[in-house]
Design a protein around this ligand. Sequence first.
Ligand SMILES: [Zn+2]
Ligand SMILES: [Zn+2]
Length: 136
Amino acid sequence: MKNATTMLMENGIKPSYQRIRILEYLMSHRTHPTVAEVYNGLIDEIPTLSKTTVYNTLKLLIEHQIVNEILIEEKEVLYDVAEEDHGHFKCVSCGDLIDFNLNEAPPAVPTGFVVQSVHVYYKGLCNKCSGKQHKE
Ligand SMILES: [Zn+2]
Ligand SMILES: [Zn+2]
């Protein structure tokens, strides 16, 4: 994977220190953090950082398809580096959000439509939780 500075520059985004660190945070924390988690993870290092800056930077990165927003939680938006298209499985029992590979191409869109991002969300029981249920 390219480094954060290169990714920003290739997308015509000025690679300010805060933008670089926010993108690096997402690249090194593949845990689908919220705005608050990104902010809390960086505030010690960047005392001048504001939640608005984190939010606006993530918005900018989404516009350039460097970052995906995940809208699987009712209350919070989660963020993920758009390294490769992958699906998300939300376990309604343990609350885990699990990445899985998309092996099959998504359903085709009508002629003339251009897909810019693919979001595949499932909700259900992960293998641990469905296994537990099976034994009971
Ligand atoms: Zn589970
Ligand atoms: Zn993910």
